[in-house]
Design a protein around this ligand. Structure first.
Ligand SMILES: Nc1ncnc2c1ncn2[C@@H]1O[C@H](COP(=O)(O)OP(=O)(O)OP(=O)(O)O)[C@@H](O)[C@H]1O
Ligand SMILES: [Mg+2]
Length: 226
């Protein structure tokens, strides 16, 4: 499903501030696998995820997702790829603060060709799964950190994408909501969704449905636990 080949990412390339955030990264994720990305702050987890999500491009190397060459995708096609093939829970949520929870959650379904009632039903189901339905009509800027995180989770799931990428999805959640989120992941895994989660939380490394734990250090994948 995902092939990352010899990927390098240099920020501010060609300047004195040039920084090599990813160094010759190779990774293969099979369809239906759940993979955890661990590693200290600054090791390159978010950078790698943003390349797989086609939010940024590698400096060199190749990324293929579902037979599409993501690393060379023109912007228009990149947004189409994100709208149809992938759900992303961002580390910093990337929600539209002035819009309601429901409006944020259903945003991936705009231009999908679905009817309004289909869109409403999918949003409702997703908000229910992420335990944020009770705040559906509230503006995002009025939510707590954990509520924003659950809104971001609902938005990532709403179009039932075959690939889900989560960047520190539980950093703002309490124990109860973390366990709820893990349960959502387990159900997605059981229904065949491919999942990648970057997290500092050691709880994820011990989950029985996790296939692999990859450890990143200074821009490289240095260890793998099966
Ligand atoms: N746009 C950017 N410009 C310059 N440097 C960047 C940029 N984005 C990330 N970096 C640098 O690349 C390195 C890797 O960052 P990244 O966000 O991938 O780390 P991370 O493993 O996700 O860390 P955390 O656990 O804190 O989220 C960091 O040293 C960071 O400062
Ligand atoms: Mg990060």
């Amino acid at each position: 499903m995902i092939q990352v080949e010899n990927v390098n990412k240099i920020f501010n390339e060609g300047t004195v501030q040039a920084f090599e955030a990813l160094k010759d990264v190779n990774l293969e994720v099979k369809k239906g696998e759940t993979v955890i990305l661990s590693g200290v702050s600054g090791s390159g987890k978010s950078t790698l995820l943003s390349l797989i999500a086609a939010l940024d491009k590698p400096s060199s190397g190749k990324i293929v997702v579902n037979n599409t060459l993501i690393s060379k995708l023109p912007d228009l096609h990149a947004s189409e790829y994100r709208a149809t093939s992938i759900g992303v829970v961002f580390q910093h949520f990337n929600l539209l603060e002035a819009l309601s929870v429901k409006e944020n959650v259903l945003s991936p379904l705009v231009n999908s060709g679905l009817t309004l009632s289909e869109v409403e039903n999918m949003a409702k189901k997703s908000m229910g799964m992420a335990a944020i339905f009770h705040k559906a009509d509230q503006q995002v800027k009025e939510l707590s950190g954990g509520e924003k995180q659950r809104c971001a989770i609902a938005r990532a799931l709403v179009h039932a994408p075959p690939l889900i990428i989560c960047d520190e999805p539980t950093a703002n959640l309490d124990k109860e909501n973390t366990l709820k989120f893990i349960d959502i992941l387990k159900n997605l895994h059981n229904s065949g969704t491919t999942i990648i989660v970057a997290t500092h939380d050691p709880l994820f490394e011990t989950l029985p449905f996790v296939n692999r734990v990859l450890h990143m250090q200074e821009g490289k994948i240095v260890k793998q636990k099966q």
